[in-house]
Design a protein around this ligand. Structure first.
Ligand code: AN7
Length: 367
């Protein structure tokens, strides 16, 4: 444990004797049981996979460590990616760790502050493109095709290899695959990789079943749902503001082979799920991650029954990536008071009394 995905899943990854076994401590993330939402939705067993607990705060580290290890093995001189933010943070961290120059193209004005800060402080060369993610990815693919620079977006197959270890962990933890896996979909690498991981474990008989794959795009960036590219994707969830997913076919295969869905959720549904997770589960994830939970809530409200089912929602990144949004969502303005006890009392006494009364009532109920 804590030894990284290359060491932990050595025999199931494309590792050779020449592969450097690098790690920043990625993987082995918590699978936390829902306290309240599961009960409210009549979902017997609901878990959250906290991928925000990875070293750079998102699921991207699993695939990145394998992509970078293989790049080093092959003698790469530099790495490059386009990103809505998390991929660039992860590439920059591993680039720094392995001392490989890292180049990043990001869509101008569309990357959450925490992610940009990471790429910068890890020392990547970051360039903003006056265009969206799809434009940036197109440029990176062309550039890396003509130069001796390794592409580390999820079109690099080693990214998906590393990423599939999240599915292994879920099975290792639960003893079998869940019945349902809810997951946000942007470039669709993650859903493709999870399906690969579950399928490999199933084939090896380490799991008796495979989950239905329930992928969710944001309504304004839902090309797979509409079966058509979106030229100007828009959603508050900037991580999944993607109009032409690279692993489009992988997502469709996961859906079809598992009997799942690729559906969409509105920004309001995403924000509701984002706040619910924070306030009622104590889990602060980024809005793109909350799309998985928004999808779960939507389908249950539409009649999906999850009693006697085991479900996992993948929470792909930490909420600290986008502190500005959290502040915007918080209730009421922050108040400043004089630094004396009287003022504290004036401002809090009624709340404290109310809370004490409330808890006394609850305690009475329990006798
Ligand atoms: C938090 O960083 O595409 O469907 O460039 O950051 O595998 O693309 C991020 C995607 C979900 C979607 N949740 O995963 C990037 C990037 C978070 C993300 C997704 C992303 P994919």
């Amino acid at each position: 444990m804590g030894s990284g995905v290359l060491n932990t899943y050595l025999d199931l990854l494309p590792v050779t004797s020449a592969t450097p076994m690098i790690t920043l401590g990625e993987g082995d993330t918590p699978l936390v049981k829902s306290n309240r939402l599961g009960r409210e939705l009549g979902c017997t067993e609901l878990y959250f996979k906290l991928e925000g607990c990875n070293p750079t705060g998102s699921f991207k580290d699993r695939g990145m460590v394998v992509a970078i290890a293989k790049a080093l093995e092959e003698g790469t001189k530099a790495i490059m990616c386009a990103s809505t933010g998390n991929t660039s943070a992860s590439a920059a961290a591993f680039g720094a760790y392995c001392e490989i120059p890292t180049f990043v193209l990001i869509p101008k004005g569309e990357v959450a502050m925490g992610k940009l800060a990471q790429a910068m402080i890890y020392g990547a060369k970051v360039i903003m493109v006056d265009g969206n993610f799809d434009v940036a990815l197109g440029l990176v693919r062309e550039f890396t095709g003509r130069n001796d620079v390794t592409l580390v977006n999820s079109v690099n197959p080693y990214r998906l290899e590393g990423q599939k270890t999240a599915a292994f962990e879920i099975v290792d933890r639960l003893g079998d695959a869940p019945d349902y896996l809810f997951i946000p979909v942007g470039n669709a690498g993650n859903i493709t990789a999870y399906w690969k991981g579950f399928s490999e474990y199933f084939k090896m008989e380490r799991a008796l079943q495979r989950p239905r794959m329930m992928g969710f795009q944001a309504e304004g960036a839902a090309p797979i749902v509409h079966g058509q590219m979106v030229s100007e994707p828009s959603t508050i969830a900037s991580a999944i503001r993607i109009g032409n997913p690279a692993s489009w076919n992988g997502a469709l295969r996961a859906k079809d082979q598992s009997g799942g869905v690729i559906d969409m959720v509105t920004d309001d549904e995403i924000l509701d799920a984002y706040k619910t997770l924070s306030r009622h589960e104590g889990i602060f994830c980024e809005p793109a991650s909350a799309a998985s939970v928004a999808g779960l809530i939507k389908l249950v409200h539409n009649g999906l029954r999850l009693d006697d089912k085991r479900s996992v929602c993948v929470l792909t990144g930490t909420g600290l990536k986008d502190p500005e949004l959290a502040n915007e969502c918080a209730e009421g303005p922050l108040k400043t008071i004089e630094g004396d006890l009287e003022e504290v009392r004036n401002n809090l006494q009624h709340l404290i009394e109310y809370t004490i009364r409330y808890f006394k009532q609850i305690l009475k109920q329990y006798g």
